[in-house]
Design a protein around this ligand. Structure first.
Ligand code: ADP
Length: 203
């Protein structure tokens, strides 16, 4: 298996901007958020398990997951989140492993906002934190999503703190300037990851 880099950061920190740059360098990026949606797509075993666990009301008429209804239910029923995660987390993990294994680029990136929180960093060889001052996170995320400052502050509050992530990550990029400032820092790291992935290769 290739050398695997875990890439994380809080909302609006610049994870997607960084991932896109790595992709332009030919590096395959597996996005945990996308995988999380894929495993509960219509016809997937995890969606059937969710239906069996909670009832037919979790499905829309077209057979897709009724995300809004499930989100509201989980909000009311404390034990439901754990039941749901007991179904989705193993499915997400399995699919991430499959996609990481299938990749053929010099090294592979797993991008996940919850890399440390969900222990997905255990699947990786090294981790990179995209860090940004909270004012930048709020400004960027509210501009991107049209969410209110209060909503974004709430999300930041429930995410693992910057300080804690800084102690866990091997590498850190401070995304507090323009995009070229971000890319210049990524370029240096990329060269190092190419070296590390080379060393990692079985001879
Ligand atoms: P995340 O994926 O961590 O939530 P994004 O990469 O989507 O964050 O960044 C949030 C928004 O801010 C996006 O619209 C992105 O293009 C923009 N952005 C990220 N970094 C910078 C930067 N250094 N300069 C200007 N805009 C940026």
């Amino acid at each position: 298996m290739s050398f695997i880099l875990g890439l994380t950061g809080g909302i609006g920190s610049g994870k997607s901007a960084a991932s896109q740059w790595f992709e332009t360098q030919g590096i395959t990026v597996v996005d945990a958020d996308i995988v999380a949606r894929e495993v509960v797509a219509k016809g997937q075993p995890a969606l059937e398990q969710i239906q069996q666990q909670f009832g037919d009301w979790v499905l829309l008429d077209n057979g897709e997951l009724n995300r809004t209804a499930l989100r509201e239910y989980i909000f009311k029923e404390a034990s439901a989140r754990q039941q749901l995660e007991a179904i989705t987390h193993p499915a997400i993990r399995q699919s991430i492993i499959q996609q990481l294994t299938a990749a053929s680029s010099a090294y592979v990136i797993l991008v996940s906002p919850l890399l440390f929180e969900t222990n997905q960093h255990q699947l990786t060889d090294r981790s990179l934190l995209i860090d940004a001052p909270i004012e930048h996170q709020i400004a960027r995320a509210s501009q991107r999503d049209g969410q209110s400052i209060q909503q974004i502050e709430k999300i930041i509050q429930v995410q693992m703190s910057r300080e804690k992530k800084l102690t866990l990550a091997h590498d850190v990029v401070l995304n507090d300037g323009d995009l070229n400032h971000l890319y210049a820092q990524l370029e240096i790291l990329h060269q190092n990851y190419l070296k590390l992935s080379h060393k990692n290769k079985p001879s």
